[in-house]
Design a protein around this ligand. Structure first.
Ligand code: ADP
Length: 580
């Protein structure tokens, strides 16, 4: 019920059109019930041999029927249109709200949840919820029709009505049972859809690796398995819905048979006219329709509820990294960035960073080195608050970054990662990402600084060339230079660089290195270093080991003072393969 009320809360802005729609629904129901009322005079007057005005009555009744159905048709159109309009708008609002929320969630959320599962909640679950809206319409209209017809049958013959209701009430129990079962199955089925989406998403996003390792069949089998899992669950649901229809039907027809026998007896006793009998059983048959429909609707509703639960669960995921109340705007980065006793863990009990104390002065180049898994990426991810520190504080110009608005903090920071993430858009928009309406000269300037201008001009449409998904139409070096151009364009005072570990050919390497040097000019740079030139030129090298800073200083110094650094240097940097 709570769930239902929560869905209905989205209906609030569309209340006027919903009310009009309900009014029209009432007209439709009244028309249905009213037409039944004409049955009695049709049989008792129109078809009565003793009535001299019989034909006139039949004509009047026919004319009335035509009129009633005209009104009913019009009312139905308005009702159907308005209700769907409101329903679709509600779904649109839910989708928009959900996506806005997902965008706010921290990186932690995305590493805990599979993309496919998130996507399936955004798509198929929301679509399922839409059926809750349609179902509500159906519940309303069927209930109204039911009530209208009920009023008619009670007026016609209250005794028979009470008897038929008593028999029909047996329906309630199976309805409840089926509904409950279906809800569980639906929840499971939606999970399976999430799995299918996840498997497909992974296979497509990693298509290169899949092909390189000849794992197409393996991936296909994974997909087929997920698909099969959904099919089995879905069929379980179908068994429930398919069973519910005949059972409800059967209970209904039993009730009707009982009534026919009882009322037949009354007719033979002259307690009931033939017309009354026809009108009553006719109305009873019609009365049975909304009950049957309500059963169908209940099934749909249960599915919608299980989806709604999944949607609301996502919507209720707390945003753990967000602006504090009264957070300050960071105007400019002036002096320094300080880690003060910082600790961090992804999972409770497993500290990834421990008591990090580090000072980065404006204009410095600080290189972070350390074995894989020592916490280098985690350390730099704390600066733009992709995650918040667990202990200690990270301060920018003496202000705790948790007291600064995310927007103004991130505006100061540019990030160039190993994975060069490009969007399926033109070269220009990829470079000017986040800066809509940037002047062409600015874009070109950035591209030139990043050694990208020349190769962009060589492409068919220059800056208007579309880059395929994930930039597959460009070489590795070209992609890197485009993402460097994007950072140049943003022109942030603080730069976070994760140097690529994959080897480029020497010409490409020189162009990328050159572009990076241009990018680093006049900025404060924190770089996860993989190149020898980077560590040699760095103002400070920080050696991380098991989440602790094990040494800090310049290259020459560290070679003498830090055993860890010396070993790392010999393994990673000094063997002539700079970028390994
Ligand atoms: P590095 O960049 O030095 O290779 P990371 O900062 O990526 O190291 O990782 C440090 C530790 O944190 C590793 O043990 C890694 O397994 C763990 N880790 C990294 N990212 C996550 C995550 N999203 N969830 C849980 N553990 C993580």
């Amino acid at each position: 019920m709570k769930l239902y009320l929560r869905i209905l809360r989205y209906a609030k802005p569309y209340l006027p059109r919903i009310i009009i729609s309900i009014l029209c629904m009432m007209i439709v129901s009244a028309c249905t019930a009213g037409s039944m009322y004409l049955m009695k005079p049709l049989f008792d007057e129109g078809f009565a041999a003793s009535n001299p005005n019989a034909f006139k009555s039949v004509k009047t009744i026919a004319a009335l029927l035509l009129g009633i159905y005209l009104v009913k048709g019009l009312a139905f159109y308005i009702q159907d249109y308005l209700m769907n309009n409101a329903g679709q708008k509600m779904v649109m609002d839910i989708k928009n709200g959900l996506y806005a929320h997902v965008q706010k969630l921290s990186l932690g959320f995305f590493s805990r949840n599979k993309t496919g599962q998130i996507l399936s909640r955004l798509t198929s679950d929301v679509t399922n919820m839409q059926s809750a809206v349609n179902a509500s319409t159906s519940i309303l209209s069927n209930s109204l029709t039911f009530l209208g017809l009920l009023a008619v049958v009670i007026r016609m013959n209250w005794f028979l009505t009470v008897v038929s209701l008593a028999i029909s009430s047996v329906i309630v129990f199976p309805l409840y049972k089926f509904g409950k079962r279906l809800r569980n199955v639906s929840s499971l089925a939606q999970n399976k859809i999430g799995e299918i989406t996840s498997v497909a998403h992974e296979g497509i996003a990693n298509v290169r690796i899949v092909k390189a390792f000849g794992m197409e069949e393996y991936e296909q089998r994974k997909y087929e398995q997920a698909n099969r899992g959904y099919f089995d669950t879905f069929m379980k649901g179908i068994r429930t819905t398919a069973m519910s229809t005949p059972i409800v039907d059967y209970i209904g027809i039993t009730a009707i048979c009982a009534i026919i026998i009882i009322s037949g007896h009354q007719v033979s006793q002259k307690l009931l006219t033939i017309g009354e009998f026809m009108a009553f059983t006719g109305a009873l048959f019609l009365l049975f329709n909304p009950i049957k429909n309500l059963n169908g609707v209940n099934m749909v509703l249960q599915q919608a509820f299980s989806s709604a639960e999944r949607v609301f669960e996502l919507l209720d995921t707390p945003v753990d990294v967000k602006d504090r109340e009264g957070a300050l705007e960071l105007k400019e980065f002036e002096n320094s960035l300080e880690f003060k006793g910082v600790s961090f863990s992804y999972n409770p009990g497993a500290e990834v960073l421990k008591n990090i104390n580090l000072s980065i002065k404006k204009g410095q180049v600080v290189a972070i080195v350390g074995p894989s898994g020592s916490g280098k990426s985690t350390l730099v991810d704390l600066i733009p608050r992709f995650y918040d520190v667990a202990g200690g504080s990270l301060e920018i110009d003496g202000k705790d970054i948790r007291g600064i608005t995310l927007k103004s903090l991130r505006a100061q920071i540019g990030i160039v990662t190993q994975e060069t993430i490009l969007f399926n858009d033109s070269v220009r928009n990829n470079i000017a990402y986040g800066l809509s309406g940037a002047a062409q000269e600015k874009v070109e300037e950035a591209a030139k600084a990043a050694n990208a201008h020349a190769f962009i001009l060589k492409t068919q449409q220059g800056y208007d060339t579309f880059i395929g998904e994930r930039g597959v139409k460009l070489s590795g070096g070209e992609r890197q230079r485009l993402s460097i151009a994007r950072a140049v364009m943003k022109n942030p005072p603080i730069l976070i660089l994760d140097e690529a570990t994959s080897a480029l050919d020497s010409e490409s390497e020189r162009l990328v290195q050159d572009a990076l040097n241009n990018l680093m000019k006049n900025r404060t740079t924190i770089v996860i270093a993989h190149r020898m030139s980077t560590i040699i030129n760095a103002d400070k090298i920080v050696v991380l080991k098991n989440g602790l800073i094990s040494a800090e200083g310049k290259h020459e110094e560290l070679l003498k003072t830090s055993e860890t650094y010396k070993r790392l240097y010999e393994m990673q940097f000094a063997d002539g393969r700079e970028n390994k």
